[in-house]
Design a protein around this ligand. Structure first.
Ligand SMILES: [Mg+2]
Length: 366
């Protein structure tokens, strides 16, 4: 079975997260959730769907899929994913160790797993782990950056009221963290992600100041995000378990992170890290090294569904990240939303969810 056509699709979905819209780096409010989906067609009529990491990289990831990945992948046999991906990784070694070309390759890999599952008539989690029996997955609500303590309290209480038992903030002040903790009480776990806000010394200081907030993890507290020795110092001296890894590009990067002692939670992202193939290598390596892998997935498309399959297939329990909001329309249906803090594992072949093409056409911009 050969790949005949590859189409990257840029979509923008209106959303509501219960607070004023966060700001983009350009200084304008983020009014849309944008994403890059990838459709891969074959000569036998089976199509697969993937997703490239988006946010500010959407348009360049779309271009990378169209200009770099698609020309190399069209005409290849789909039957052996590791052979195709190995070939593309070698051919693109000068530009695909990380960044938008890597994101586009990740989308292709996810789509190939969708096709493989459809050929085998098995959901992806069963291809990864035939013994997988999970039907429900714990989910954490990952709140957008709000920067206003009253709204942080309001949205945190909303999420707890919807049944989430774990809530992650993207704030940078003790005031906002304390407002959330006060709003949700002591029974709901609270995580903090600063998106690399601080120096090592600042992060240690903030960790110590937040000792009373009982944080479950402190995510990407420092810049640069690959200062692994600095992250380890923050965990030991700041006193809060550290989470990191969403900016990893390859399994070799993951191996280096695992080999750094004192980083508690490792967070590769299926849409950045090379897709399901590389994520599963990371899962296996994490188990062999007694590490906790908690996938990064602030997504609503095929990348989120792929993450559900990875978490469903894992021997160790992990959570799915849900970037907390209500979309104007969900191309992947209602399965992207948690009920009582749980998502249902898709049971159909491949991803188990076919994107709604009418919704995609309505919201596509390229
Ligand atoms: Mg993060």
């Amino acid at each position: 079975m050969k790949i005949t056509h590859i189409e990257p699709i840029l979509i923008e979905l209106p959303y509501d997260h219960g607070a004023p819209k966060p700001f983009l780096r350009s200084g304008t409010p983020r009014t849309m959730m944008d994403a890059v989906y990838l459709r891969v067609d074959t000569d036998e009529g089976i199509s697969g769907w993937g997703e490239a990491f988006g946010f500010g990289a959407c348009r360049i990831a779309h271009a990378a899929a169209e200009m770099v990945v698609a020309p190399l992948a069209i005409g290849q046999q789909v039957d052996d994913i590791s052979t195709i991906m190995g070939d593309l990784n070698r051919k693109l070694q000068s530009m695909a160790l990380n960044g938008p070309v890597r994101f586009a390759l990740s989308a292709l890999d996810i789509a190939l797993w969708d096709i493989a599952g459809k050929i085998a008539k098995q959901p992806i989690h069963r291809l990864l782990n035939p013994k997988s029996k999970r039907t429900q997955l714990p989910v954490y609500a990952s709140l957008m950056r709000i920067q206003d303590a009253e709204y942080v309290a309001k949205v945190s209480a909303d999420a707890a009221g919807r049944g989430y038992r774990h809530i992650k903030l993207h704030e940078r002040t003790l005031k906002c963290v304390a407002a959330a903790r006060n709003a949700i009480g002591s029974d709901v776990a609270l995580m903090l992600d600063t998106n690399c806000a601080w120096s090592v010394d600042e992060a240690i200081d903030m960790g110590q100041k937040m000792a009373d907030q009982n944080l479950f993890w402190l995510e990407e507290p420092i810049s640069p995000p690959d200062d692994y020795d600095g992250l380890a110092r923050v965990q030991v001296e700041g006193g809060i378990p550290v989470a990191a890894g969403e900016n990893l590009g390859t399994f070799q990067d993951f191996r280096r992170l695992v080999e750094t002692p004192s980083i508690e939670y490792l967070q590769p992202d299926v849409t950045k890290f090379g897709g399901i193939t590389e994520m599963w290598k990371a899962v296996t390596f994490a188990v062999e090294n007694n590490c906790c892998l908690e996938p990064h997935s602030p997504l609503y498309g095929p990348g989120l569904i792929a993450t559900q399959h990875i978490v469903a297939a894992m021997e160790e329990e992990a959570m799915v990240e849900f970037y907390y909001c209500d979309l104007a329309a969900s191309p992947m249906g209602e399965g992207i939303y948690a009920k009582d803090g749980l998502m249902t594992v898709p049971g159909g072949p491949g991803l188990g969810v076919e994107p709604n093409v009418d919704i995609i056409e309505k919201y596509r911009v390229a």
